[in-house]
Design a protein around this ligand. Structure first.
Ligand code: GUN
Length: 292
């Protein structure tokens, strides 16, 4: 059984990005990322913190914009608009989920699609479906695909089952893995909470991807012997013995599932670190698309 090391692959991607940043700096070019956080959600705060920290470590320009939970839709739209016109900013990310009074769909649509490094804008969603290489693809799906590529896990002709149909992971990942070309050409099934005989459907998978946000949901009866399992889940569960009172677990019951797999991602240290690396990579792409 191969343990897929997302930390190591993310470091490789980030090293490539750092080299590109050095080359661009020599030409006077400085890609920049803006990360907007509305409210106090501790998990969102932690994610935004690591995104900005990674930028700093790579010497990439970034702006962290922290807004109070009571920020109005109008105020948030004004911030996005300002970033759309900021020539030092090439990528804009508004951390999801925002507080409930914010209309997230409207915020995503207000982001200039050329700066939409999350790939959530309808223009980029359509671009992915149309297999337009200039479209931005959401970072977590890109990270999953990159892990499969780095470990030479073939997707061509493979049966992939994705559990979860979110716009952040499940749907874009399905489009990515079924697209023509390297890292694609898979036969993809998107399963979800209403799926009949979910374990049976999952047992068909050569590559099983869990993206449902339910700790330990995928048990050994979901997994075919020799399958590859990618765990996208990042769930906080109470743990009195842990320093901060919680620990992070995936959507997969690792102890039970790992012995059946040919390869599996751990949580933490699997897909998680890849998401930030692909965000940085998307920001470099945004700068390239704007400046040529
Ligand atoms: N919340 C969880 N994942 C993501 C992501 O990839 N982008 C944004 N903006 N918010 C998230």
């Amino acid at each position: 059984m191969t343990l897929i090391d997302g930390k190591a692959v993310s470091q490789k991607v980030l090293t490539e990005c750092a080299e590109k940043l050095t080359r661009l700096a020599a030409q006077g070019r400085k890609p920049g990322l803006a990360v907007v956080l509305v409210g106090e959600d501790p998990a969102s705060r932690a994610y935004v913190g690591s995104k900005v920290k990674t930028c700093a470590e790579l010497g990439m320009h970034s702006r962290k914009i922290e807004l109070k939970a009571a920020t109005t839709q109008h105020e948030l739209l004004a911030v996005v608009e300002e970033l759309n016109y900021d020539p030092d900013i090439h990528g804009i990310l508004v951390q999801s989920p925002p507080p409930p009074h914010i209309d997230e769909t409207a915020i995503v649509r207000a982001i200039d699609p050329r700066k939409d490094v999350d790939g959530f804008h309808p223009v980029n969603v359509a671009g992915l479906a149309l297999e337009d290489g200039a479209a931005f693809v959401p970072c977590t799906p890109l990270g999953c695909q990159r892990l499969l590529l780095e470990y030479s896990i073939p997707t061509e002709g493979a049966r992939v089952v994705i559990i979860g149909r979110s716009m952040i992971v499940g749907k874009p990942l399905a489009l990515l893995l079924m697209a023509k070309g390297r890292g694609g050409n898979a036969t993809v099934t998107v399963a979800h909470s209403r799926c009949r005989d979910l374990p049976g459907v999952c047992r068909e998978a050569d590559i099983l991807i869990a993206a449902i946000g339910r700790p330990g949901f995928v048990t050994s009866d979901f997994v075919k012997e020799g399958a590859v399992v990618i765990d996208v889940g990042i769930n906080r569960v109470d743990d009195a013995s842990a320093k901060n009172g919680y620990r992070i677990v995936g959507d997969v019951n690792f102890e039970e599932v790992a012995p059946k797999c040919s390869a599996i991602t751990p949580v933490p240290g699997g897909v998680g670190p890849m998401t930030i690396a692909m965000l940085i990579s998307n920001t470099l792409k945004a700068e390239r698309l704007i400046h040529g």
